[in-house]
Design a protein around this ligand. Structure first.
Ligand SMILES: NC(=O)c1ccc[n+]([C@@H]2O[C@H](COP(=O)([O-])OP(=O)(O)OC[C@H]3O[C@@H](n4cnc5c(N)ncnc54)[C@H](OP(=O)(O)O)[C@@H]3O)[C@@H](O)[C@H]2O)c1
Length: 347
């Protein structure tokens, strides 16, 4: 007999930190006519998942919510009006379920999985067919589960506004999920990559992944100028995948090329708000400073095709946690012990 209940995680609120995470049983949701039932095989964590229970996430939330924007699994049932998927298809979740194509709207920005809508840290989930994409055929479920947030954000940064060209230079910061995808996508189109990290061991891994230059941002606090000197004729870099926030933006502006794009994605490094560059810096540096919020289903499908065509495999941390161990995975990631994406196997 088919199971009727499943295991799932819940975030109860934003005032208890990781103590606000609980693991329990819930009924397996029923499928509506436009919906798809997915049996999750894997999920992956993002920095966003860590800061939601800590009350630091700046976008709309609803509690209680099943956490996790990123999941991958197999379609086990489809509603009668579903046309895009069939039983047995391998799928991954779309971060903003309402963002289908083009610019993100206010309404679509409020449809985040694992924030407003129940997410992937559970054994089964029901989604409108618009909220899923087919997983790349070259990836296993653990790998595919890393795509919805970090990968699509990097893809949007590099190709969503002013597409990166072969021979151009990209700067990526640190060795987290977003940055590792940016490195891989940039190398796949024949661009040069300058990467920063705080760790000599991680620097070696970055070089193995194809980084052309690596700078230690702890021992070289003026890494922006160093990065500029590494570009042909010192003109600066074409794209910066800015995940550090106010702590790193000042350095980024020291190495951006005229007409380059600084994609503002995250704020891992914190920093003094009084030190923050101002909007006029876009004029003095003649660059585009663009906020990026993940990406649309159309962009995700483009990215899936590129991953298949170039046989790109996401960089997974050596440690994989089970669904039951999710709380430990949150602690491990918070301590920045990971390299690339941290994945969770769901039985
Ligand atoms: N806007 C969006 O749509 C969007 C989407 C996805 C993620 N984000 C945001 O983007 C950021 C990155 O996400 P993620 O999932 O890639 O995070 P992550 O995997 O947790 O990244 C952790 C890594 O960041 C690096 N790091 C920390 N402080 C740094 C600093 N001051 N300068 C340079 N690197 C630093 C460290 O690298 P080393 O150990 O090598 O030093 C660390 O290992 C987060 O703020 C996240 O919320 C935004």
């Amino acid at each position: 007999m088919a199971p009727t209940t499943m295991k799932q995680w819940i975030v109860e609120g934003k005032d208890k930190g990781f103590d606000g995470l609980s693991f329990g049983e819930a009924p397996i949701p029923k499928v509506g006519e436009n919906e798809v039932l997915v049996k999750f095989q894997a999920a992956s964590l993002n920095y966003r998942d860590l800061i939601i229970p800590k009350g630091l996430y700046p976008f709309p939330l609803r509690f209680p919510v099943v956490p996790g924007s990123d999941g991958a699994g197999e379609v086990v049932e489809v509603g009668e009006k579903v046309s895009e998927f069939k039983k047995g298809d391998k799928v991954a979740t779309l971060f903003n379920q309402g963002h289908q194509y083009g610019d993100v709207t206010l309404q679509a920005s409020q449809t985040g999985l694992g924030g407003v809508i129940d997410g992937a840290l559970r054994q089964y989930g029901v989604f409108n067919e618009n909220g899923l994409v087919k997983s790349p055929s070259n990836l296993n479920a653990l790998e595919a589960s890393t795509l919805p947030c970090a990968a699509l954000t990097s893809w949007n940064a590099l190709f969503g506004l002013k597409p990166l060209k072969p021979g151009q230079t990209v700067l990526v910061q640190g060795t987290g999920g977003v940055s590792m995808f940016a490195l891989q996508f940039a190398k796949a189109v024949g661009a040069k990559v300058i990467a920063t990290t705080s760790s000599p061991e991680k620097a070696e891994k970055l070089k193995k992944l194809g980084a052309d230059h690596v700078i230690n941002y702890k021992t070289d606090p003026n890494w922006g100028e160093t990065a500029r000197k590494l570009t042909p004729n010192g003109v600066g870099v074409d794209h910066i995948v800015e995940v550090g926030g106010s702590g790193t933006l000042k350095q980024s502006l020291k190495c951006i090329k005229f007409e380059g794009v600084v994609s503002i994605i995250g704020f891992l490094g914190g920093g003094d708000p009084k030190e923050q560059p101002v909007a006029l810096d876009a004029l003095t540096h003649l660059c585009t400073i663009r906020g990026v919020y993940v990406g649309s289903k159309a962009l995700m499908n483009d990215m899936v095709h590129a991953i298949e065509a170039n046989d790109i495999h996401p960089v997974l941390d050596e440690k994989v946690f089970s669904l039951e161990q999710t709380r430990e995975a949150y602690d491990y990631m918070m301590a920045q012990k990971h390299f690339g994406k941290l994945a969770i196997q769901i039985a």
